[in-house]
Design a protein around this ligand. Structure first.
Ligand code: ZN
Length: 200
């Protein structure tokens, strides 16, 4: 394992943590509050402005790129598929407990996966991805107000998710050829944000 220079790591963590309150407060919904725009644009912008979704989706892409091979499409496809299915179940009144902590936990786990890189088998990775994707999707299906256009919102949400997964894949492809500390410290940063959200 390549040692990560502590000074560099702490600098990056510091920047991330300093940004956290700003970005996290920009995240509408999840708490029973509602996004104001339940349409395509509302669905598309939500993951982009919600730090928890944003980081988790990029992290899955980075991680998929690290694993390489089949994982590059299997992990993102699993994330989008399970997320969409659970969002639909959420609109049908299926209840899941601890959605918020599980979403924060997804950042912690996905971040650590990037730190660990290729040391976990793909089946374990797919299991974690499916589990956490369910909570990312469910959070939004469940809070959809009756009578609003969930289809357009969902379509926007899925489009943004695909974009972020693709961005993560591209970043992962770039960083796998760069020094290992780069992706490792980014993964550690994502995990740290998840840990902070868990205790917050
Ligand atoms: Zn959200």
């Amino acid at each position: 394992m390549n040692p990560v220079r502590p000074s560099r790591l702490f600098l990056q963590l510091g920047i991330l943590l300093a940004l956290l309150p700003v970005v996290a407060s920009a995240h509408p919904g999840h708490d029973g509050g509602h996004d104001l725009h339940w349409d395509f644009a509302g669905g598309f912008t939500h993951p982009l402005f919600g730090l928890d979704h944003l980081l988790a989706m990029i992290a899955v892409g980075v991680w998929a790129a690290q694993l390489g091979g089949r994982a590059r499409w299997l992990l993102p496809a699993t994330f989008v598929g399970v997320m969409t299915l659970s969002a639909v179940l959420g609109t049908q009144g299926v209840a899941l407990a601890a959605v918020e902590p599980m979403i924060a936990g997804s950042l912690l786990v996905f971040g650590l996966m990037i730190v660990l890189a290729k040391r976990l088998p793909l089946s374990v990775g797919l299991g974690f991805t499916a589990l956490f994707a369910a909570f990312h999707g469910f959070a939004h299906g469940a809070e959809l107000p009756a009578g609003s256009n969930g289809f357009s919102y969902g379509l926007g949400f899925v489009a943004a998710t695909l974009l972020l997964l693709g961005l993560g894949l591209a970043l992962g492809q770039l960083t796998t050829r760069r020094p290992v500390w780069l992706s490792r410290s980014a993964g550690a940063g994502v995990a740290a944000v998840g840990a902070v959200m868990l205790v917050a």
